[in-house]
Write a new protein. Sequence first.
Length: 235
Amino acid sequence: MLARIENKVLEKYPETEIAYLVANVTVKKNESFVNELKAGLIETVKAMGIDSTNLISHPNISSWRKIYQNDFNVKTQSYNSSVEALLTRIVKGKKLWDICNIVDLYNCCSISHLLPMGGYDLNKVCGDITIRFGQEGDNFLGLGRREPVVVESNHVIYADDVKVLCWLWNYQDSSETCIDENTKEVLFFIDSIQQSTHQSLKKAIQELMSNLEKINGIPINHGILNLNSPQAILK
């Protein structure tokens, strides 16, 4: 199984770096270590100097908003990067959603490093995974959606050989590859689109591996896709 970034995506976004991690996991509804991480998020965000008045102007957020608005041609009032959605909830004083220990863990990591992250049940993935632009016939059924949306040719997506895993780069994950109580093997991705966040990307993948081990996860393979290394063997 391979992961790759399409050449057209790298031509348009040459500073793209995407970290990946394959890990064996045990999914639980609650985990004390993860609950502690979640409880500290409001203070973590405050320490970074981020609040409701400056959230969208932060470089890590505004860079994604620019792509969504100018390149994807969607309204940022309704569609934005996954990390912005998480941060918006925190700066409003709300807790993260209680999904499961694995999803909650990488959401905490996403907020701490201000980078979009996603996770997929690897056993639900068919064939290789490509970060690419939409193609004719691409449809996406997101979590919580009743009807699929049509993917446009200007939309960046994660896709396997038969379906779309994530739409608008990292806006929403597919219901078809979501992590659930039966998940045993997960593929994580972390997105960086600017040089200034590449060091944060490396720190984020290391923290994710370390924190997974604290909840009995076992990292199997990890690396970074970029212009110089656009393809990697996952397993």
